[in-house]
Each structure stands twice: as structure tokens, then as C-alpha cells.
Ligand binder design. Structure first.
Ligand code: ADP
Length: 402
């Protein structure tokens, strides 16, 4: 069996969670998938799916190493042991690749040390990603481990797009620049659009809106990312579940000097207490929509702010690209929420955008065009699949290794 024939265990380790999937990179099918939550707390849970069956357990999980032991245990008990799953390599989602990593790499000691060092730029993510890698190396010591970076796809941003207009020496010393995140999703989704439209990828000007709990937008010209909304951290840009995106830096100073909040409190406020949650007390977009439909004014304002930001960015990115051929929605809200797509597209009528009302209401797991044939810009919905993209990158790395 060549390595290419095998499956990939894809891991996404967060600070208190671990998502896993075993994916066949050739077919895109996943054999198992699971989510372990509240790692480090007494009431941790593991939700495992195999062969159409869902298993849910409450357990005590001290750390990521124990989480992976639990994953192996639940796999054995539900019919497919890890040793029998044909796993040839492990693909790890790593949030920040800094300036040194753009392409996926085989993890060795030097790479792991650098991922940890980049924790200064992504304190909520990289330390957890590194912990996940170390734990996985312990349970699968003879397998190749590959790191796939969320920032990688944005390595092609031109200097004018990634440079912050601040003191140049200070920016250089502290590696402050726009990096962008959700790159694996933007790359995967933007590669599906030319296939969907039967268009030449080299000449397509695209805008991709990744709208999940975190949200980001990218402008892609002929397959290369030229602009993206997240910055040195995932705080910048669009309105998100618990992050507000763009804010006047002066407001942050004001929160400190006038409102008396310390740096850690402001950090928590911006990362966990802003966005839809901060404006309307709802993190889940479904809850927000129920309140919007019931006429709740606070929820309606939050929805309007969310849509306004999207419209503003699409206008800006159209200008950056010098035109746009396709606007694509993906991730939880982008794939499932027809009201957001309708509200955004209505305000893009000046661009020649014409949404097909019935097509927009269709729920499907398949990529689809939701604009009318007469629309001057194609509007698409493409379900993202970061796990498959990570699995494909992982086999590409091990196949090219000497
Ligand atoms: P992340 O991966 O960033 O945690 P997701 O891409 O899963 O986030 O998106 C989560 C968001 O998507 C939530 O706000 C949720 O309300 C919304 N969402 C998920 N499924 C649906 C659905 N079926 N209908 C409407 N909104 C949905």
C-alpha cells in the first residue's frame, strides 16, 4: 500500500477542546469524527460518530493526552479501533504560522518549537495546537505529523495589503502585520468555485465570506489571495459571534484610561464578550435570528451591524480586485442562513447582483449557485471542509518527503 492510499487523522486542538476526524483524502469521506469538549474540567464530554451512530459520554479529561486516549478507547469500543483505521499520517490544524511557515510542513522538533514560539502572536490557539501535536506524537510516535497553517494561504498578500501603517521598526521587531486566518477554508472554498461555475480559475476574481463563529473575508485574484479581513490576530475585520472585528484603537485606549479596564479584561472583552454576544447577548446566530423574527430591536440592530460590515467589505474588496466575478458564502452562518445572504445581496444590487430567491432558500450539503442566470456576479454557497483540505495537504507533504 502506498502512503497515498491511506487515511489521515485530522486534529484540531483548541484550548479546552479537540476535534478529530479520520478522512480518506482521495474520496473526501470521513470514517469517524468526534468532538471532545471542556478538557481540563470535571464535566468533559466526548461525542463520537462512526457508521451513522453517535456516542456521547461525560468523562473527566485532564489534558489533551488523556483526550486522545479517550478517543482511542471510544473508537475501539464502537467498532473501529484506531489501529484498524488505515491511518498513515496525522494532519494538525495550526492557527499561526507567522512569517516562516506558509506551506504545510512535517513536524520535527524545530517546527514544534517555532509553533510554540508563535504563541506570542496567537496566545489562545498556538499553545493548544502544540499541546495537541505532542499528545498525538505520543499515541502515534511512528506516524508522520504534518502542520497545516491557518495563515498559510495568505502568504501571497502584497505588502500594501499586509503592512500596518505604524512605526516600521516596531512593526518589524514584533512581527506586526496582517497574516489572515481561516486560510485552509478560504483556499478550499475558492478552489471549488471555478469548478462550480465552469470558469477558468486563472481569470476569476473572487470574494469568499467565511461566516462561522469566527468570520473572515478574502479577496482572491486568479487563485491567489490578495486581501483578507483578519490581521495580526483573528480579532480584526468582520462582526463575529463573540468578537466585534474592526474597532477604533482609540476605543481600546479609552476602555483602559477612562473605563479602567486592565489589559486582560480588555482582551477578554474583545475576544469573548463582543460581536453578536456583546451587542445582543446571543452567540448562536440561530438564537439571534429567532429574536430578529420576533421583532426584538437589539437583535435587529446586531443583525444590521453584521450585514453592514459585510456589505462594506465586499465593496472594498471589489475595488481592490478591480471587479468581482463571484461572491461565495461558507461556514455555519454562510452555508445555512439565507437571511444574511439575502440582506447582503439586496444591498449589492448596484453591482448587478441578483439573488435567486428560491435557490437561496434551498438547504443542501452541496456547493451551489444561488444567483439568477442574469446576475452579473455569481453568488455561491460552498460548504467548507477544512478537515478534507488538511488531509489532502498532509498526504501531499508525506508523498513529497524524501
Ligand atoms: P466555528 O467552526 O467557527 O465554530 P461554525 O462554522 O460551526 O463555527 O458556525 C457556527 C455558527 O453557524 C453559529 O452561529 C450557528 O448559529 C450557525 N449555524 C450553524 N448551523 C446553522 C443552521 N443550520 N442554521 C443557521 N445557522 C446555523
Amino acid at each position: 500500500m502506498t502512503q497515498r492510499d491511506g487515511n489521515v487523522l485530522v486534529l484540531n486542538a483548541g484550548s479546552s477542546s479537540l476535534k478529530y476526524q479520520i478522512v480518506d483524502p482521495a474520496t473526501g469521506e470521513h470514517l469517524v469524527k468526534g468532538l471532545i469538549e471542556r478538557i481540563g474540567h470535571d464535566n468533559a464530554t466526548i461525542t463520537h460518530e462512526y457508521d451513522g451512530e453517535k456516542t456521547h459520554r461525560e468523562v473527566t479529561i485532564a489534558d489533551h493526552a488523556v483526550a486522545l486516549e479517550q478517543m482511542t478507547e471510544v473508537m475501539s469500543e464502537t467498532g473501529l479501533a484506531l489501529a484498524d483505521a488505515g491511518v498513515v499520517a496525522v494532519g494538525h490544524r495550526v492557527v499561526h504560522g507567522g512569517r516562516n511557515f506558509s506551506d504545510p510542513v512535517l513536524v520535527d522538533e524545530r517546527v514544534l518549537a517555532e509553533i510554540k514560539r508563535l504563541g506570542t502572536l496567537a496566545p489562545l490557539h498556538n499553545p493548544a495546537n502544540a499541546t495537541g501535536i505532542e499528545a498525538a506524537q505520543r499515541i502515534l510516535p511512528d506516524h508522520a505529523h504534518v502542520a497545516v497553517f491557518d495563515t498559510g494561504f495568505f502568504a501571497t498578500l502584497p505588502p500594501a495589503a499586509y503592512t500596518y501603517a505604524i512605526d516600521a521598526a516596531l512593526a518589524k521587531e514584533h512581527a506586526l502585520r496582517r497574516y489572515g486566518f481561516h486560510g485552509t477554508s478560504h483556499e478550499y472554498v475558492s478552489a471549488r468555485v471555478p469548478e462550480l461555475l465552469g470558469a477558468d480559475p486563472a481569470s476569476l476574481k473572487q470574494i469568499v465570506c467565511h461566516l462561522g463563529n469566527g468570520a473572515s473575508m478574502s479577496a482572491i485574484d486568479g487563485g491567489r489571495a490578495v486581501e483578507t479581513s483578519m490581521g495580526v490576530t483573528p480579532l480584526e475585520g468582520l462582526v463575529m459571534g463573540t468578537r466585534g472585528g474592526d474597532i477604533d484603537p482609540g476605543a481600546v485606549l479609552h476602555l483602559n484610561r477612562v473605563a479602567g479596564l486592565g489589559v486582560d479584561e480588555i482582551d477578554t472583552l474583545l475576544n469573548r464578550g463582543s460581536g453578536i454576544l456583546g451587542m445582543a447577548g446571543a452567540t448562536d446566530f440561530r438564537d439571534l435570528m429567532e429574536r430578529v423574527e420576533a421583532g426584538d430591536e437589539t437583535a435587529t440592530l446586531a443583525f444590521d451591524v453584521y450585514v453592514h460590515r459585510l456589505v462594506k467589505y465586499i465593496g472594498a474588496y471589489t475595488s481592490v480586485l478591480g471587479g468581482v466575478d463571484a461572491v461565495t458564502f461558507t461556514a455555519g452562518v454562510g452555508e445555512n442562513n439565507a437571511a444574511v445572504r439575502a440582506a447582503v445581496c439586496e444591498r449589492l444590487a448596484w453591482l448587478g447582483v441578483e439573488l435567486g430567491e428560491a435557490a437561496n432558500e434551498v438547504r443542501s450539503d452541496n456547493p451551489r449557485v444561488v444567483s439568477t442566470p442574469a446576475s452579473k456576479v455569481a453568488v455561491c454557497v460552498v460548504p467548507t471542509n477544512e478537515e478534507l483540505a488538511i488531509a489532502q495537504h498532509t498526504v501531499a507533504v508525506i508523498d513529497s518527503a524524501p
